[in-house]
Every structure is written in C-alpha cells, then in structure tokens.
Design a protein around this ligand. Structure first.
Ligand SMILES: C[S@@+](CC[C@H](N)C(=O)[O-])C[C@H]1O[C@@H](n2cnc3c(N)ncnc32)[C@H](O)[C@@H]1O
Length: 200
C-alpha cells in the first residue's frame, strides 16, 4: 500500500481542468470511465481487465475497499486504473467538460431517512456535475436493491434535461459485472433495479 497507493492515486489540480486521459500517460487510452463508491473494487477490476484500452478512475473513501482493489491491481498488473480515496464529487468537479465515456453508481448508500435524502449520491446538483463531464453518447449506470431509492434515482434522472433513459429493469444489462454488495443482496432475495441513462 505504501508504495502502490501514491503511484495509483490521482491528485486534483487546484483550479480544476483535469483531463482524465492525461492520468494514463503513454498508455494511449481511448477513453475513460469512472466508478463512484467501488466498495471492494471487484467490478472496477473486472472492467479494467476486460477493457485494457480504456482508463478507469475509482473513487472510494473506505480504506478496506481501497486496500482490496490495490491488491488486485498489483496482482493482475492492471495499468489502466487510478484511484481517488475520497468523495467522487470532488473528482467530477475537477474534470474538464465532456471527458468521461461512462460512470457507474452501483448500490450507493441509500440514506433511507427523508431528512438525509440530500446525502444520496443521485440528486440534482450531482446530476449537473455528471452531465457536465459525461461526453455526448456517454452512459450513467446506476443500480440499487432499495425500492425507495430506485424510485428516487429514476425520478431525478427522468427529470434531468440532459439524460435520456436507455435501460430500466430488475435484471442487469448484458455486459454488467456484479458487485460484492449486489451478490449479497441477491442471496438475501432482494431484487435490484438497474438503470442506465445516456447523455445525448
Ligand atoms: C453500499 S456500498 C456499495 C459498494 C459497491 N458499489 C458494491 O456494490 O459492492 C456504497 C459505497 O459507496 C461509497 N461512497 C459513499 N459516498 C461516496 C462518495 N460521495 N464518493 C465515493 N464513494 C462513496 C461508500 O464508502 C461505500 O463503499
């Protein structure tokens, strides 16, 4: 961790203006995707392994999750992953416009109490941030096993003028990679909702 985390971590420039492709040096990545709250990192690692020409940014403040993903990155020699150990909104705010090809928000913290609803990741201000950094044609995939949060996310995404719905179902899109949290939810008999929106 001491050696690998600084090498894999991205630093946010003070004034913003971060082009995410510049994080991958001479790897020559064609585009960049970002995962919000990658948890144990299984989904991000699988995406990085199957898409070596794409760069991936993982944002996660939870130390154990970061340790887990760093371990996988090192063992599998994944050179196309960069990490931010903190709030993904800080990365989104620092990126140049139209710079991401996809974003995943998979099984975010539900914040079930209405008085905590502002803490939910999918809300109008964050959707504005996402709409700014996703390029035309880029996708935002969200999933949750909490029915009230599914309604909340769908309503806010449908109401946003810069997102178009592409997918809304209780089964995952064909190219979906299950997360650790999702496996537990399925084992417990909960039925997730999978949503995908495109930036026109
Ligand atoms: C319920 S867990 C799901 C983890 C993983 N996506 C999965 O499905 O296994 C939600 C994760 O989001 C992270 N998280 C919460 N708010 C975040 C934020 N603003 N930016 C980045 N990660 C965040 C939490 O630390 C936690 O690990």
């Amino acid at each position: 961790m001491e050696e690998a985390l600084p090498r894999l971590s991205l630093a946010l420039p003070e004034g913003g203006g971060l082009d995410p492709r510049s994080l991958f040096g001479d790897l020559g990545v064609t585009d960049v995707g970002l995962e919000v709250g990658f948890g144990g990192g299984e989904h991000l690692a699988a995406q990085a392994a199957t898409n070596p020409r794409r760069g991936f940014i993982g944002c996660e403040p939870f130390l154990n999750g970061v340790v887990n993903l760093v371990d996988v990155i090192e063992r599998e020699h994944l050179s196309n992953v960069r990490l931010f150990m903190g709030d993904a909104r800080r990365v989104l705010a620092a990126l140049v416009p139209d710079s991401l090809a996809c974003v995943w928000v998979l099984f975010p913290d539900p914040w079930p109490k209405l008085r905590h609803a502002k803490r939910r990741f999918i809300e109008p201000a964050t959707l504005d941030l996402l709409a700014r950094v996703l390029k035309s044609g880029a996708t935002l995939r969200c999933a949750t096993d909490v029915p009230d949060l599914a309604v909340w996310m769908r309503d806010h995404l449908n109401a946003h003028p810069r997102f178009v719905r592409e997918y809304d179902a209780p089964s995952p899109p064909p190219d979906h990679v299950p997360t650790r949290y999702e496996r537990k939810a399925l084992l417990a008999g909960r039925v997730p909702t999978y949503l995908e929106y495109r930036r026109p």
